[in-house]
Design a protein. Structure first.
Length: 314
């Protein structure tokens, strides 16, 4: 009898150990990724994927960390607090040039706008000549303003650039007619338009993609499979967006992207496409590099090929 009891106890211990081992193995097999974002329509497919459970379906755990400023997001990225993030091409190139080993792995699809104040009387880009245009120097907003001016055969010297770094501050100055125009992402641009400001042009209409998803090189080397699963879920999010109405994602627009409810109800979504890699010969990334180089912010040895990884969205 003693031997039978001993055998039974040993069997139970082995069974429990096996179950514990299997549980640990299951947990170990679920890769995790943390993405840093700011409230914008750039990461909407990721937000949808999170709400709809597409990450779990693809076998990856993705945590979306929200930041109120680009500086906070970039600090978290460089410190390793987040694995990657949604950023703009200008910031990505400057981070790379500054010595941070990272890569642009895909494009995002959410337009930036050049917006004129409601009381300025400006209705088109050519009317910006001689006007006060607010920018954050050497940032994506500065780039967007310069490209928009060029499309109207104007140069940066044709306007009076006012240095205002923070988006909310530029937004408030535009609303209060303290500046004639500025560059804004959503939701700020659409809020401004709802209050009578004039959307002069969107960067996507000028064929410029200016934002993308980045990961540090160390994360790419250790979590490439997880990143690919994340992009599969991203594509599921795109499919959802392209087959549903704004009403179906109103909760995300209001809660996560900070759209006021009346504005959220009237949003026209971009036509999202599956995750696409940034290619070295893309006109928009080439334009960013040329623009930064012209400002002496990149040295002659900088190569766009060193900035991108085009293998993870496949």
């Amino acid at each position: 009898m003693r031997y039978i009891i001993t055998f039974t106890v040993l069997s139970a211990i082995i069974l429990l150990s096996a179950c514990s081992s299997n549980k640990k193995q299951e947990n170990k097999e679920i890769p995790t990724i943390t993405i840093g974002v700011m409230p914008s329509m750039d990461y909407l497919p990721l937000a949808v994927a999170q709400r709809e459970g597409y990450f779990e379906k693809q076998g990856v755990k993705v945590t979306i960390e929200k930041f109120l400023s680009a500086n906070q997001r970039d600090i978290a990225f460089q410190s390793g607090s987040v694995d990657g993030g949604v950023t703009d091409y200008t910031s990505a190139a400057l981070l790379k040039a500054g010595g941070f080993d990272m890569k642009l792995t895909s494009k995002c699809q959410a337009p930036f706008y050049i917006v004129a104040s409601a009381q300025s009387g400006i209705t088109n880009l050519s009317e910006l000549k001689g006007k006060k245009v607010a920018v954050s120097q050497n940032t994506v907003i500065d780039f967007c303003v310069d490209m928009a001016l060029a499309s109207a055969e104007l140069t940066p010297s044709d306007v009076e650039k006012i240095e205002i770094n923070k988006i909310p501050e530029r937004f408030e100055m535009l609303r209060n007619n303290k500046i004639d125009a500025t560059g804004l992402p959503n939701p700020f641009a659409l809020i401004a338009a709802s209050e009578g400001c004039k959307l002069l042009v969107s960067m996507d209409s000028l064929k410029y993609t200016v934002t993308g998803i980045v990961f540090s090189q160390s994360v790419i080397e250790t979590k490439s499979d997880a990143i690919k699963k994340m992009y599969a879920a991203y594509n599921d999010g795109v499919a959802y967006l392209n087959s549903h109405t704004v009403a179906d994602i109103k909760d995300i627009l209001v809660k996560d992207l900070k759209f006021p409810e009346p504005v959220a109800e009237k949003v026209t979504l971009p036509k999202y496409s599956n995750a696409q890699p940034v290619l070295a010969n893309d006109n928009d990334i080439q334009a960013v590099i040329t623009w930064l180089s012209g400002k002496k912010l990149l040295n002659d040895s900088f190569k766009v090929e060193d900035l991108i990884n085009d293998q993870l969205t496949q």
